[in-house]
Write a protein that binds this ligand. Structure first.
Ligand SMILES: Nc1ncnc2c1ncn2[C@@H]1O[C@H](COP(=O)(O)OP(=O)(O)OP(=O)(O)O)[C@@H](O)[C@H]1O
Ligand SMILES: O=c1[nH]c(=O)c2[nH+]cn([C@@H]3O[C@H](COP(=O)(O)O)[C@@H](O)[C@H]3O)c2[nH]1
Ligand SMILES: NC(=O)CC[C@H](N)C(=O)O
Ligand SMILES: [Mg+2]
Length: 528
């Protein structure tokens, strides 16, 4: 198994633990806490309470989860958590668990609520609801409900069907809400969360991205010591920021390695070589590994298999680069730096009880026999937070604001086997789409625009009065904040028309261009 990355900066004093009960939104809670300028860390609900308390948390948040508190084998918590004097805030499942553990009642009384729900605040000015309206819109997602709060708690909100939708116990510093304050649709959610942190738990909002930079630099120095590290550098935002952080921490002990796997877009390798070195002055090694990747991918059309092969080949190339660097004088090269972010981890099924959506090459695609120790300073952050760290480090806007491009590259944008010919065709189509989107001034409006070749699909066309039987190209422009959710971008028709005409005119074997109008969920951004 890959070595675990450093969990959390131990220099942080004000840590808030988010206990994850298999929630869809545990990571969202953690980032909302950071938005409130307080450091937070997610821990699994299976962690013993003594271990949680040993982290000296200033407060604990209990997430939602798919189980029913009264079901056999449902995740629970030792009562001592509520008696340790640490302020606790339960959300949905966490709220229900607090209720039952402390003597309240939760049952399946038919009071289901999913989505937008009006909440009536019955105690205006309470710790949680101070300054928010007595009627507010919240986001619910539950089938069980609390019908009686535990002794000593004041019920502070209800809905049409749920008599206890929030309760508070200021003396014990215990709070809970049935709804999800962490999702943006709960109008006063952030305010309620901040009230818990500042008023309930008395935490000062002092955490900033500067802390991330300082803490990570200290951690990296401690982890790497006087050994050497290589950094997988793609030219993308995450690896550029990770490399800049590590460069700051260990300077010349770092060598960046860019792998040209033959799955890159047109002109990309040249651009990385030129821009990245100019921006950071880092040592960069470019490895041409096209043959190796294409040979390994030959005949493979299953997306997960492709991802695992690509993940493995990346590591084999890094191992070779390691051997070459060892030829130069210096200590052992024991570490591999990657620009892994939280969404890569959670989509790869790396949360507690979370599903594997797709194996990102740098997490779920890593081979079991990897010997490098991983250095992943951004592993707990989301993209927009990483961009802020990049700005903090003084990286140029062209790098910090770049649209994401997945590590497996065009390999996961060909639905079907990956061949050199198909890649060349897709590179042409992709270059046209990018050129026209840039010319239309839309680069900043869209998050990214995968261009996908449906190599296994053919359709009939008529070109030059003759019949063609070609392949469709899919345009997938999306808008997003953090890639966890996304919407399809409403691009101007003229731009779409130009892209479509140019692709069908200029790219052989393509006789149709289609637009993907699916949000995420249900679709993911990439097709594979
Ligand atoms: N061609 C490549 N050569 C070397 N390392 C790579 C390459 N592509 C990806 N990686 C490694 O895999 C990590 C994850 O890739 P990912 O695409 O998520 O991040 P990124 O390319 O750094 O940023 P962005 O999301 O902006 O594209 C990178 O941070 C980098 O460490
Ligand atoms: O480095 C990466 N390795 C991968 O294996 C990978 N898969 C998806 N992506 C990128 O992640 C974001 C979310 O993508 P999905 O909605 O397709 O899951 C989008 O920005 C995708 O481009 C990847 N990046
Ligand atoms: N979102 C949640 O935490 C749901 C809690 C519980 N499974 C319910 O349905 O009530
Ligand atoms: Mg990338």
């Amino acid at each position: 198994m890959p070595a675990a990355p450093p969990a959390a900066p131990d220099t942080t004093t004000d840590v808030v633990l988010v206990v994850d009960f298999g929630a869809q939104y545990a990571q969202l809670i953690a980032r909302r806490v950071r938005e409130a300028r307080v450091y937070s860390e997610i821990v699994p609900s299976t962690m013993p309470v003594a271990e949680m308390l040993a982290k000296n948390p200033r407060a604990i948040i209990l997430s939602g989860g798919p189980s029913s508190v009264y079901a056999e084998g449902a995740p629970s918590l030792d009562r001592s958590l509520f008696e340790a004097g640490v302020p606790v805030f339960g959300m949905c499942y966490g709220f229900q668990l607090m209720a039952t553990t402390l003597g309240g009642t939760v049952d399946d009384n038919g009071a289901r609520e999913y989505g937008r729900t009006p909440l009536a605040v019955s105690k205006a000015g309470s710790t949680l609801f101070e300054g928010t309206p007595t009627e507010q819109s919240v986001w619910m997602s539950h089938g069980d409900a609390c019908s009686a709060a535990p002794e000593g708690f004041t019920v502070t909100a209800s809905t049409d069907v749920v008599p206890v939708a929030a309760f508070e116990n200021d003396e014990k510093k215990l709070y809970g809400v049935q709804y999800h304050p962490e999702v943006m649709h709960s109008t006063y959610g952030q305010q309620v969360l901040e009230h818990f942190l500042y008023r309930g738990a008395g935490i000062e909002p002092t955490w900033t991205t500067t802390n991330v930079v300082e803490e990570q630099i200290a951690l990296i120095r401690e982890q790497v010591g006087d050994k050497r590290a290589i950094c997988g550098l793609s030219g993308g935002v995450d690896s550029a920021v990770a490399a800049a952080l590590v460069q700051k921490a260990i300077g010349s002990q770092l060598t960046c390695v860019y792998v040209d796997h033959g799955l890159m877009r047109k002109g990309e390798t040249e651009q990385v070589e030129k821009d990245f070195v100019a921006a950071t002055g880092a040592k960069l090694k470019v490895v041409d590994a096209e043959k190796r990747f294409l040979d390994a991918l030959a005949g493979v059309s299953d997306p997960e298999q492709k991802r695992k092969i690509i993940g493995r080949e990346f590591i084999r190339v890094f191992e070779q680069a390691q051997l070459e660097i060892l030829q130069e004088d210096g200590p052992e090269v024991a570490f591999l730096v990657q620009g892994t972010l939280y969404p890569d981890v959670v989509e790869s099924g790396g949360g507690t009880g979370t599903a594997n959506i797709k194996s990102h090459h740098n997490v779920g695609g890593l081979p079991d026999d990897i010997e490098f120790q991983l250095v992943e300073p951004l592993r707990q952050l989301f993209k927009d937070e990483v961009r802020m760290v990049g700005q903090e480090l003084g990286l140029p806007e062209e790098i910090v604001q770049r649209q994401p491009f997945p590590g497996p590259g065009l390999g996961i944008r060909i639905v079907g086997d990956v061949t050199k010919e198909r890649l060349d065709l897709l590179r042409e189509a992709d270059a046209i789409a990018r050129e026209e989107l840039t010319a239309a001034g839309l680069d900043r409006d869209i998050w990214q625009c995968p261009v996908v070749l449906l190599a296994d699909v053919r359709s009939v066309g008529v070109q030059g009065d003759g019949r063609t039987y070609g392949h469709p190209i899919v345009l997938r422009p999306v808008s997003s904040e953090d890639a966890m959710t996304a919407d399809w971008s409403r691009l101007p028709y003229e731009t779409l028309a130009k892209i479509s005409t140019r692709i069908t005119n200029e790219v052989a074997d393509v006789n149709r261009v289609v637009l993907d109008v699916t949000s995420k969920p249900p679709g993911t951004i990439e097709w594979e």
